[in-house]
Design a protein around this ligand. Sequence first.
Ligand code: GLC
Length: 561
Amino acid sequence: MERKWWHEAVVYEIYCKSFCDSDGDGIGDLRGVISKLPVLKELGINCIWFAPIYKSPQVDNGYDVADYQDIEPDYGTLEDFKELLDLAHSMGIRVIMDMVLNHSSDEHRWFQESRKSKDNPYRNYYIWQPPKADGSEPNNWGNYFRDGNGSAWEYDELTGEYYLHQYAKKMPDLNWEYEPLRKEVYKMLHWWLDFGVDGFRLDVFTRFKKPEGFPDTKKAPNVILDRNGFIMDNTMCLNVEGIHEILHELYTEVFGTRECMTVGEGAGVTSQNALGYVAKEREEIDMVYHFELSHRKLFSMTPEHFRKVQTEWADVFRHNGWAVQYMSNHDSARQVSVYGSDGIYRMPSAKLLATLIHTSPGTPFIYQGEEIGMVNVEFDDIKDHNCCYTVGDYNSMIQSGMSAEEALKIVGPRSRDNARTPYQWDASKHAGFTTGQPWMKLNPRYTEINLEADRKSEDSIFAYYQEMIKLRQTHPAIIEGDLRFLLEDHPQIIMYLRECEKETLLVIANYSNEKISLQLPEDIRSGKWQRVITNVKGTIPSVDGRDYLLPWETEVYSNTK
Ligand code: GLC
């Protein structure tokens, strides 16, 4: 395999709105990010993924783009971004942009034109359909945000037709069938590469192609969440035949002609179809992240699940393609709350999760705040929530007769808002995020959980991440090693080897709140292992006469050949 920079990278996602506010308006901004670049350097990451920072009405916090070639005024200007980019590059940090190409905002110039008349030159940039004979929507598709009346189609009086929006009604889908639109997108992508960015994260790329003729979905409605008979079937525009032609053209027109990395958000990408997108000879994209290890609706994980998913995907990418390793991002709840433990075991469990991600095959992606063990938040009023998914789900539940309290209990723990509360820099007012009024309520645990507190301690989660990230540069097995699980039926212990020519790594993790007895297999015990990282100081289990692992203990050993 030809080694590329992104095989060695550790990517850090910044959700600008909640990262750091430099001007006191309560909203994170680019100058705030500039001021914190030294912290990211200290952490050791070498690539930033910016969730969308383009000009946007912020219906979906930037995933509704009004101008792909301008910066959201609340975040700053293109000049600020250029400064940030140059500074990041001078520090050895690359920057990739989130490209939202399935849809734009209805405030984008293209859509403003498109809706004007049926013969407007921009009409076909979007997907318009006439009403059915009775005037109703072209089909029974529901939108994913349960926005408006629930339909994925919005009627536009001016021309008497409906436009498609898989997400909010202010987020119309772009029409990838239409060549002038595609050409305009390619031009824009080249413009960003000329600007100096190092690649793109492709938002919901598996949904670009729509099924021929827009047939009704046959899925049975789900009475709580499907509104007014519109069925929210998230497979309706997923991996539709023809999607590969679109991606291949993107590659031949843009990605393959420039030095750039592409990582796709793989909704509906499975171990069966993944190589269709990322195998080198396909000439589509470099990496894809899937939703099988962790996703918004998975409330826990088991060692069995971890082993199954990682084994399956390591097989897929053994000789071709490349994996992304992550447990959370701006679309999920906080990983330590969901897959770890956010009470007394918050510290060891956050470190254990980091170990699993950073020692599994692929490129690790960190989401802001993960490196200090930020946890889920509990709001007791829907008004404190911002995420359109959460609010849409909540409204559907209320509409179906549920009480406010019950609905909040269901939507709260899985809400994307858990990840979106402002970053906790220190214990001062508003956690040092802003001197003004924060755009979103902070997690009240910020006085205990914050970066400043972490930096004061050698045992902190932040310090552990620093150590973990460094290992990537010094232990070839982390990047190249084959994956092999040991103790394959163990209900609490996750144990695996990463083996390459130069080195074998042994990773041990007690995925539980209990003290668990452990006898290492004989061949492992007799090996010449050196401990390279642990979240528990002291004796080596099973070797120094200690035959147990502490709750959430994790250990990594290396045996060099
Ligand atoms: C992706 C983004 C998510 C957004 C959606 C629509 O899933 O990660 O935040 O809401 O696409 O753009």
